[in-house]
Design a protein around this ligand. Structure first.
Ligand SMILES: [Zn+2]
Length: 298
């Protein structure tokens, strides 16, 4: 008798559960599960912020667009949102689509105000031979420049930036990101990176895990030059190195020594020029999520 009664109760209970879930899917237009968009910082010019889509399952399919560009996500539903140093000001838009197995597709949107930013002007004086090279040197410069920019076009790959970034060497900031460089009185391209002055041969570590995309030996401008590819078009560049401790194609861990501070190429003293690009958008390395030294770059 007790067993029979128990079974009856259970059957009623399961019938109630089925009814409840059919009511939910039939009546509710707003999903009961609440996914949420979290940003590591407000988006701003010349910075990349980390988007985290929270409240979704491991099985969820998360896709999105940032400024009308397809957004690659890491396995734990994170993505870097870049704004180039010279991106248009105004409103930046984010759209995220979440497909949970067996659930209604959820769409989330965000819009963010992008304020103008004033970059410093930086006069530099260098010997004429270093500023106006001969035609044969120009050909070399173009070759080296192409080798570097080719790494900026890389997409896909194994990602290594999901844990954020770290500053590759500590030291005095001797050159700020985005500064308008005036070289021997002539305006040049804005400074695409940050300069960190440190003693010759100070170890330089990888800002995040990644594959070595370029080992450039003694380039005219950037000297010994490394580019690390962190996946999804996220790259960091290390220039003027005294030595390089890695090979092209090698996977490096975050914090692994990749080289040493020097003054190879066009440099007036030992320092690391550190650059960062997210799908060809030039961003301030000091404002990368996890670096936490953003105040020094202004
Ligand atoms: Zn520099």
């Amino acid at each position: 008798m007790h067993r029979v009664a128990g079974t009856t109760v259970w059957k009623k209970f399961s019938a109630f559960l089925v009814l409840s879930s059919s009511l939910i899917s039939g009546l509710l237009t707003v999903p009961l599960w609440a996914a949420e968009l979290r940003l590591s910082a407000p988006p701003r010019l010349g910075a990349a912020v980390m988007l985290e889509v929270r409240g979704v399952s491991e099985q969820a399919q998360v896709t999105g667009r940032w400024q009308q560009q397809e957004l690659p996500f890491t396995a734990d539903h994170r993505a870097l949102l870049p704004l180039d140093m010279e991106a248009p000001v105004g409103v930046a838009t984010l759209e995220v689509t979440i497909k949970e197995p067996g659930r209604v597709v959820e769409r989330l949107q965000g819009s963010y105000t992008v304020a103008p930013r004033i970059y410093k002007e930086e006069p530099i004086t260098l010997p004429k031979a270093k500023v106006e090279p001969d035609p044969e040197v120009l050909a070399r410069i173009e070759r080296e420049s192409r080798a570097i920019t080719a790494t900026y076009e890389r997409r896909g790959g194994r990602f290594g930036y999901d844990a954020g970034f770290q500053q590759p060497v500590q030291g005095r900031f001797s050159g700020v990101f985005g500064s308008r460089r005036v070289l021997n009185g002539k305006p040049r391209k804005p400074h695409n990176g940050v300069d960190i002055a440190a003693p010759q041969d100070t170890p330089v570590v990888a800002a995040a895990a990644g594959v070595v995309a370029l080992v450039g030996v003694d380039y005219f401008f950037t000297g010994n030059t490394l580019v690390l590819d962190h996946g999804h078009g996220v790259v960091t560049l290390y220039a003027h190195l005294a030595s390089m401790a890695v090979q092209e194609g090698q996977w490096v861990a975050a914090g692994q020594v990749v080289g040493a501070v020097g003054m190879s190429g066009r440099a007036t003293g030992p320092h690391l020029h550190w650059g960062a690009l997210v799908r060809q958008q030039r961003v301030d390395p000091l404002m990368l999520p996890g670096v936490g030294a953003s105040d020094h770059s202004r």
